[in-house]
Design a protein around this ligand. Structure first.
Ligand SMILES: [Mg+2]
Length: 237
């Protein structure tokens, strides 16, 4: 079995335009090989469902930085705690450390749309969090103290391309490992390719047979296409 775990923003999707089409040749090649292509993202289940329709991919998917694995049936397996428990603890930790934060929960759909450079309909999907709370840290000097205060509450702090995120799970790698173990039980050996570009991708890239790290100046769907094809060439697939 061949499994591809990919971040979306600035990897399969362009950071600014969200266009995926330059990656189409590699996507088609992976589909012909019967590979499982797993969106592994900080996005919500509702957003991922939109992108699955656009790109012609399907579940399983890893959403909200590994907070949930959305199975083929569309049901979600939570890896941590529900958002309703996370947001109040994040506010408490921020108050304790003097960190000024602005949570997704504080933002209107219009503000989320402006910050993410997306339309209102897409912003509504982004706002539908189930197992994490994204936020802007307006006082970056407080990051270390906030991280520690969150950890004392059993939460973690991670950084994506646009926001900080408070989580009650391990991060993307925990969900990736969960899915890999599931497939190993089912299929025996699994060959894995991973594509990421941000610090919150490092954990799952470390689990991959073939990690692809996209860097500033050579990222987004065109780089995705070229780098994935190079790995497939090297594997003789
Ligand atoms: Mg990214």
């Amino acid at each position: 079995m061949l499994a591809v775990f990919t971040d979306l923003d600035n990897c399969l999707l362009d950071h600014d335009t969200y266009d995926h089409r330059p990656a189409q040749p590699a996507l088609e090649r992976l589909k012909r090989l019967g590979a499982a292509i797993v969106c592994t993202t900080s996005k919500t289940r509702a957003e991922v469902e939109h992108w699955l329709r656009v790109t012609g991919l399907s579940h399983p998917s890893i959403v909200e930085n590994g907070g949930g694995v959305v199975l083929g049936s569309g049901g979600i397996e939570l890896m941590g705690r529900p958002r309703a428990e996370i947001t109040p603890l994040l506010r408490e930790a921020a108050a304790e450390t003097g960190a000024r934060i602005r949570c997704f929960a504080d933002m209107t759909v219009e503000e989320i749309a402006a910050r993410c450079n997306m339309g209102l309909e897409r912003a509504r999907l982004a706002a539908a969090r189930e197992c994490s709370e994204p936020f802007v840290l307006e006082t970056p000097a407080n990051e270390a103290a906030l991280r520690e205060a969150l950890e004392r509450r059993g939460l973690r702090l991670t950084r994506g391309g646009r926001f900080h995120h408070a989580l009650a799970h391990e991060g993307k790698h925990g969900a990736v490992r969960w899915l890999m173990e599931h497939w190993q039980r089912e299929h025996g050996s699994v060959t894995t390719i991973g594509i990421g570009d941000a610090p919150n991708d490092e954990g799952f890239l470390a689990l991959m047979d073939h990690p692809i790290r996209l860097v500033a100046g050579d990222s987004g769907p065109a780089a995705w296409n070229r780098r994935v094809q190079a790995v497939l060439d090297a594997l003789g697939l």
